[in-house]
Design a protein around this ligand. Structure first.
Ligand SMILES: *Cc1c(COP(=O)(O)O)cnc(C)c1O
Length: 367
């Protein structure tokens, strides 16, 4: 059986890095060297200085590129490092169409950094294709998608938006943090650059901050490589190794958490104290709205299993309060317009037994 024919699940474990060529070790070696001896004066080897190239980071970059079906991958110091570096493919005078419920950190870069660099933007409801078309200007150079969106989990038709973008030769960025290539392959749907906060499901264990990007063609790859090296926003070798290890179990983790998330969404939909549940029937993240802020405070005081924290995608369930956490960087009016009210909670379902999680939700809601 050819390697390309392996299923996604098998590819997570059996790739070029399944064992180390030199020792046969079943784990990628961590190379700490910042610089590399050059054996010739006139021809340097692949590795010269570790900001530019590091073999541990490179193993992760090749792994994610294969999983996303792209030609080249890049590992960054964080999801935000990946996103902001990739946004610098744009130039002064360009215009970007952005999904309105974009991650709070991305919102901050777009509204407070890119604007200073002369890069304009328009926020749209990316699920409304008329609105997407109407946002196009003569200088529109890119579309920025995130689906399912955070925290109201709205689903964008990536293929349809990419088709609109292609009509005007614009780039399509797609933040695939929430579903990962296990559940969604944006490049196959027409995106040009896939972005990740690998801090979440890819790392998977709440123990590393990392970002990844994958591009669909080598010309774009060279441009992003230039920025990666120029900004030096690279991931260290130890953190690269942690993400490599996390990726091996991505499939089983997401499968188990998604099954539990479905059951929890059904449970919450039938609960009289829950005003609204957001769950797109795929993935491990759901959001729900309680009656009001007082009810939310009581719930928070009594819930026991999930950590109450920023972030998602860990082996343990994580409950977050988007209004002050992921979207704390967004002004209140902008937040509420996007459905991120003061009584909304987001739950990233981990690997606990689903019956324990439901029992915990039940007792906290009964208070
Ligand atoms: C967390 C997150 C980011 C930012 O990633 P960091 O690793 O925290 O820098 C970007 N996009 C989404 C969807 C996220 O959830």
């Amino acid at each position: 059986m050819a390697h390309e024919d392996y299923s996604f699940q098998t590819k997570l474990l059996h790739n070029k890095y399944k064992w180390d060529e030199t020792t046969g070790g079943l784990s990628v070696p961590i190379q700490n060297a910042s610089t590399f001896h050059q054996f010739d004066v006139d021809a340097f080897g692949t590795y010269d200085y570790a900001r530019s190239h590091n073999p541990t980071r490179h193993a992760l970059e090749e792994t994610i590129a294969e999983l996303e079906g792209g030609v080249r991958g890049f590992a960054f110091a964080s999801g935000m490092a990946a996103i902001s570096t990739a946004l610098f493919l744009l130039s002064a005078g360009d215009h970007l169409v952005v999904t309105e419920d974009v991650y709070g950190g991305t919102y901050r870069v777009v509204t407070e950094v890119l604007t200073r660099m002369g890069i304009e933007h328009t926020f749209v409801d990316m699920t409304n294709l008329t609105e997407v078309r109407n946002a196009i200007q003569a200088n529109t150079k890119a579309f920025y998608l995130e689906t399912p969106s955070n925290p109201t989990l709205k689903v964008t038709d990536i293929e349809a938006v990419a088709a609109i973008a292609k009509e005007i030769d614009a780039l399509v960025y797609m933040d695939n943090t929430f579903l990962t290539p296990a559940l969604q392959r944006p490049l196959a749907l027409g995106a040009d650059i896939v972005l990740h906060s690998a801090t979440k499901f890819l790392g998977g264990h709440s123990d590393v901050i990392a970002g990844l990007a994958v591009v669909k063609d080598s010309a774009l790859g060279s441009r992003l490589k230039f920025l990666h090296n120029a900004f030096g926003s690279v991931l260290g070798p130890h953190d690269s190794w942690l993400v490599m290890r996390g990726i091996k179990t991505l499939h089983v983790r997401l499968q188990a958490s998604s099954e539990s998330a479905k059951k929890i969404a059904d449970y919450l939909r039938s609960h009289p104290k829950i005003k609204r549940v957001y769950y797109p029937e795929i993935g491990a993240v759901l959001s729900f709205e309680l009656e009001n802020y007082e009810a939310l405070k009581t719930f928070h005081q009594h819930i026991q299993i999930p950590a109450f924290a920023v972030s998602l995608g860990g082996v343990e369930s994580i409950l977050s309060y988007p209004a002050t956490m992921s979207h704390g960087a967004m002004p209140k009016a902008a937040r509420e317009k996007r459905g991120i009210t003061d009584s909304l909670l987001r739950l990233s379902v981990g690997l606990e037994h689903v019956d324990d999680l439901i029992a915990d939700l039940a007792q906290a809601l009964a208070k």
